[in-house]
Design a protein around this ligand. Structure first.
Ligand code: HEC
Ligand code: HEC
Length: 320
């Protein structure tokens, strides 16, 4: 009996050491995603398109502006993308880096290909998998080029941002669950920005991530657990952990769709208003900068969706 126990302890101990060893080793794993053949341009039309995407629908500014610029951001005003916003969760703290062109603390020393690869394939400049906060894998080549071209014109700001701090669970998740995510097919070369349903779908899915928040999902795997755009995703308030926001159903369902009875004008006016629930993580500030044509495209696309009956309740709830 004693011998048996001793062996059980030895084997369990061995397995634990093996597990910890793999978790540690896997933190150094790198991936070979391709570098997209995308290069910054000095063309002012391309740079203007990039600025519009970064400060508007693609809302890079919402995450990459330092927290002291929050009030400017909420008004949709220009901000520096000098980084430092923290994302605290069960796995530890992630931090949005400085993406101004500062050579030491920003992305001034990264190649266009490295930035493009981070956005399209979720692999950072060191070859490691990024945590999946940036769902831009299916941006068109043209829009990716525009975004990088605009980043290159941003005033370099020296601002050192600490690397992410993972806890024990975070290291395990990073070792076994975080894999780079790539595009779902061949990304489009160029898209025509008009107020069509097709362009609205591109904005809602590939640029503004309406679908990522307005669909319920399993937080461990990231998999959708409700019909796309039918809401119900719970997001903890960044201001007070006792509160959470619930994303409303955006499909045109009679009784449960939030905007089924909104007119196009009401929808455009709602986006002009900005944030009304202070606990909300929806990037209302940058979305204030969306032009009327884009908002029309979004409205038209959302109204072509199949109505899904899904009662999501009030947008702000106190946790039990
Ligand atoms: C929802 C928040 C969020 C949005 C929106 C966002 N980012 Fe990020 N970004 C992050 C976080 C957090 C990281 C660091 C992730 C990590 O440490 O795994 C990051 C990392 C990066 C990196 C670093 C890659 C590297 O090689 O180290 C670049 C470049 C970047 N983002 C550019 C952008 C651009 C351009 C946009 C808009 C098109 C954007 N981000 C939108 C949160 C965001
Ligand atoms: C980062 C997550 C996130 C993203 C991205 C996002 N939303 Fe939301 N949205 C929310 C949350 C949370 C709420 C509920 C709180 C609130 O009203 O601000 C909400 C509320 C709404 C509402 C209801 C507002 C009201 O006054 O009743 C509409 C309409 C909406 N979103 C549309 C969109 C559209 C269209 C997009 C893409 C352009 C989008 N959202 C992108 C999280 C998000």
């Amino acid at each position: 009996m004693k011998k048996f126990l001793l062996w059980t302890v030895r084997i369990t101990g061995g397995l634990i050491v093996l597990l910890i060893g793999s978790v540690v080793l896997l933190q150094y794993r790198t991936y070979d995603a391709p570098f997209p053949d995308i290069h910054a341009s000095a063309d002012s039309v391309i740079i203007a398109r990039g600025k519009y995407l970064v400060t508007g629908p693609a809302h890079c500014a919402d995450c990459h502006a330092s927290p002291d610029q929050a009030s400017l951001l909420a008004l949709g005003k220009p901000v520096s993308l000098n980084g430092g916003k923290e994302f605290k969760g069960d796995i530890g703290t992630l931090r949005a880096p400085n993406i101004t062109s500062d050579r030491e603390t920003g992305v001034g020393n990264l190649s266009d290909g490295q930035i493009a690869r981070a956005l399209r394939y979720g692999v950072d400049h060191k070859g490691k998998a990024l945590f999946p906060l940036m769902p831009f894998q299916n941006l068109s080549d043209g829009d990716l080029q525009a975004i990088i071209s605009y980043l290159r014109t941003m005033e370099p700001v020296r601002h050192e941002v600490k690397p992410k701090s993972l806890n024990a669970l975070g290291y395990v998740v990073n070792a076994f669950f975080i894999k780079p995510v790539g595009p779902t097919g061949l990304p489009p070369g160029t898209v025509i920005a008009d107020s069509s349903v097709t362009y609205g779908a591109y904005l809602a899915k590939n640029v503004a991530n309406c679908v990522g928040c307005h669909t319920d999902r399993d937080l461990k795997t990231g998999a959708f657990t409700s019909e796309p755009f039918s809401g119900g995703f719970h997001m903890q308030s960044p201001l007070d952990p006792a509160y959470e926001c619930v994303t409303p159903n955006l499909t045109p369902d009679g009784p449960t769709g939030r905007m089924t009875n909104w007119t196009e004008t009401q929808f455009i006016q709602r986006f002009g208003m900005g944030k009304s629930i202070t606990h909300s993580e929806m990037p209302w500030g940058p979305f204030k900068n969306m032009n009327e044509s884009d908002l029309k495209a979004l409205y038209r696309f959302l109204h072509t969706l199949k109505p899904v009956t899904h009662e999501t309740g009030p947008s702000l709830v106190r946790k039990q």
